[in-house]
Write a protein that binds this ligand. Structure first.
Ligand code: ZN
Length: 208
């Protein structure tokens, strides 16, 4: 599961597909075959060979037969201007009533907000929000649940037990504060490595 949308520059068809062999379903299930044979099969049908899943290092690309028009371009969809839902109000850092509108698309936990007084969008975290509507509270809870970073893995994709325990504690605190600092630091009192959500100088045990 990719963590971001892929770029059109990564779209591959026909000879752009780098592998010598590909998977293609010619009506009787996915089967491996030489790439050039797959391209010829697609062209014979007035279409192209399109890599439908980005190539993984150790796997053959899975392809489909589909028509490609040049130059390659994205589907066009009209953009709506996002409308603020007034039920998603919260008391903003500036004192006014602003509205949550979506994801900040920056650091984990950052949400996009709309300030009607100044007519500006800006990013806000849960800790910076004072009182809020019940709807806003549940918006934030759902946002943080979906937005929390995944657990750490080593080179083989396995998770160390100590990493998992730390991740559970860090994400639990993240869902209360909305902050994910994402940096290495140590406790100035005992020298332990601080969890990445924290902006404090001291660990949980040594906070004054
Ligand atoms: Zn400490």
């Amino acid at each position: 599961m990719p963590d971001r949308m892929w770029s059109l520059a990564q779209f591959r068809f026909d000879e752009q597909i780098g592998a010598a062999e590909v998977y293609l379903d010619r009506g009787d299930g996915l089967a491996p075959m030489p790439r050039d044979e797959a391209i010829a099969y697609a062209h014979a049908r007035g279409a192209n060979l399109v890599a439908s899943w980005p190539e993984a290092d150790d796997q053959l690309p899975t392809c489909i037969v589909a028509k490609v028009s040049l130059p390659v371009r994205w589907e066009q969809v009209p953009l709506d201007t996002p409308e603020a839902d007034e039920r998603l109000w919260f008391q903003a850092p500036c004192g006014g009533r602003d509205f949550l509108v979506g994801s900040g698309n920056t650091f984990p936990g950052r949400m996009a907000a709309w300030c009607p007084d100044k007519a500006v969008f800006y990013n806000v975290s849960l800790d910076e929000m004072a009182s809020m509507s019940e709807q806003a509270r549940y918006f934030v809870a759902g946002f943080l649940a979906g937005n929390q970073p995944g657990h750490p893995v080593d080179g083989d994709g396995d998770a160390a037990e100590s990493d998992l325990v730390a991740w559970q504690a860090a994400t639990a605190r993240f869902r209360r504060s909305g902050y994910w600092y994402g940096r290495w630091s140590t406790c100035e009192a005992c020298g332990c490595v601080l969890l990445p959500d924290s902006a404090d100088d001291r660990c949980h045990e040594h906070l004054a």
